[in-house]
Design a protein around this ligand. Structure first.
Ligand code: SAH
Length: 259
């Protein structure tokens, strides 16, 4: 394919996909955090239907599948991630009940009131926390669960540098108390809320990126846009190290209420 004919968005899209396909996770998280969240969810059976929205290559989906019964559909916008997802499912012999499909979280291919559980780690920000909670609720059975991680402030005030970064990247970031209120307002009973431990960022997200960055820069040697992309990833990591007392990812687990 001739890269020179691509516009900047296609380039970015390919970079993101190419880079993050090299690592197991595309967002902060860990098997332990996934299992902790799962421990709050009751009533799953072999007949349960579970959706993992913005599943990426399926790091968390495979953990979920190995510890929960039922059928899991992973949905992601990037076909390259879904190919990897389905390969991973086959390698773990989970292909009969774990399927990855290409689709968008703002136009779900499910029936209303069909799902027992909606999972989404590090991805709901793509349509926004409140919008996701409201729209996805329709697809859940009453009494069904939602388990999502979302970036949150730990304090009411924070240094300007980190505040400005988030206001530019994702202004819907909010304090944990406000997020829980949004969960409640959207028609769920909040069941559990916990902050992802630091190793979800370091050991499971940033450190695996170090080797991938070298490989990526080697592959795209001399490509300014690729260098910029990696510089941004490094900056994000530095910010986390500097300001981790002020923000992080939080798991919100909630049950659809009758409303
Ligand atoms: N859940 C994975 C991936 C998180 S990264 C993990 O925790 O490792 C966010 C994911 O959302 C990416 O895989 C990206 O491709 C996907 N995504 C972005 N916009 C989307 C959309 N509109 N619909 C579905 N997936 C989307």
């Amino acid at each position: 394919m001739n890269n020179e004919n691509k516009n900047i968005h296609e380039f970015d899209f390919n970079f993101i996909c190419d880079f993050f396909s090299m690592i197991q996770r595309q967002g902060p998280g860990s098997p332990e955090a996934t299992l902790k969240a799962l421990s709050f969810i009751g009533n799953l059976t072999d007949k349960s239907l579970i959706a993992d929205l913005g599943c990426g290559t399926g790091g968390q989906t495979m953990v979920l599948a190995q510890h929960a019964p039922g059928n899991i559909t992973g949905l992601d916008l990037f076909p390259g991630f879904i190919d990897r997802f389905n390969n991973n499912a086959r390698e773990l012999n989970l292909q009969d009940r774990v399927k990855g499909i290409v689709g968008s979280m703002d136009n779900l291919p499910f029936q209303y009131e069909e799902l027992d559980l909606i999972w989404s780690e590090g991805a709901i920000y793509n349509i926004g926390f409140e919008r996701g909670l409201n729209e996805w609720r329709k697809y859940l059975k009453t009494g069904g669960y939602i388990a999502v991680t979302e970036s949150s402030w730990f304090t009411d005030e924070r240094p300007a540098e980190i505040n400005d970064f988030w206001m530019d990247a994702y202004p819907e970031i909010d304090t944990i108390t406000n997020q829980v209120a949004k969960v409640y307002k959207a028609g769920y009973i909040p069941v559990a809320t916990f902050i992802l431990p630091e190793n979800c960022w370091t050991e499971h997200y940033h450190i695996p990126q170090h080797k991938a960055r070298e490989k990526f820069l080697h592959k795209y040697a001399g490509n300014k846009a690729a260098e910029k992309f990696i510089a941004y990833q490094r900056y994000e990591e530095e910010l986390y190290q500097k300001y981790k007392d002020f923000y992080g990812y939080v798991f919100f687990i909630a049950k659809k209420s009758e409303l």
